[in-house]
Design a protein around this ligand. Structure first.
Ligand code: AMP
Length: 213
């Protein structure tokens, strides 16, 4: 199954994407994670993407399509994938559909994580992220150790979780990503709304139910 997760920053796509990926035994493909790793490693991709990411802007569609071409064709995605934060513009929706078509596949489900904006701002402003495994933490301070994944990462405040960048990301979501909902309504598959407020288990159960589990 190819599953697209849509929703504003802070809605829980990454966390739920990871849970769904483990549950369905398919990889999670998150362009944000790929880009952050590239920035950390100082690769040409990272150098190209860093300024836009720090501002809370999107990186160019061509860059995302380059990442997705390899990711979707990878043998690890042969049984499906969870696309987390990947389709952020309508050209990306077109591009992913064309790539999948070329592989004889298609998007099977689109889940939209619904959440109010004031809750997003509250979540993102209290979030720290492990610089190694990229897991988010709430109520823990920058500089604390992560330890969850055994890599002993350090918790950092993402530059794009600073208030100005959060405002910018929400604006970008409204302007550029929200139209993707309409795109899928027109092209299919049907967009299923998931109430993103609740415990991790509750939201996961709603997502699994929407997927027919
Ligand atoms: P995320 O971790 O999904 O919140 O992504 C962090 C940042 O990476 C975004 O604010 C964008 O700057 C960039 N990014 C990630 N995925 C995409 C995408 N599909 N299209 C454009 N920019 C992206």
């Amino acid at each position: 199954m190819i599953i697209v997760l849509l929703g504003p920053p802070g809605a829980g796509k990454g966390t739920q994407g990871e849970r769904l990926a483990a549950r369905l035994d398919v990889p999670k493909i998150a362009t944000g994670d790929v880009l952050r790793a590239a920035v950390r490693d100082g690769t040409p991709l990272g150098l190209e993407a860093k300024a836009a990411m720090d501002r809370g802007d999107l990186v160019p569609d061509e860059v995302i399509m380059g990442i997705m071409k390899d990711a979707l064709a990878s043998p690890s995605a042969a049984n499906g994938a969870i696309l987390d934060g990947v389709v952020r513009t309508t050209p990306q929706a077109d591009g992913v559909a064309a790539m999948l078509d070329g592989l004889g596949r298609r998007v099977d489900a689109v889940l939209l994580f619904d959440i109010a904006e004031d809750e997003l701002v509250r979540r993102l402003s209290g979030r720290t992220t492990c610089d190694a495994c990229q897991r988010p933490f709430f109520g823990r301070q920058p500089g604390e150790p992560c330890e969850v994944d055994g890599k002993a990462g350090v918790l950092v405040r993402r530059k794009d979780d600073e208030p100005d960048a959060v405002r910018k990301r929400l604006q970008v979501y409204r302007d550029q990503t929200a139209p993707v909902i309409n795109w899928y309504e027109q092209h299919g598959p049907r967009v299923v709304h998931i109430d993103a407020i609740g415990s991790l288990e509750e939201v996961e159960a709603r997502a699994l139910l929407a997927l027919g589990y």
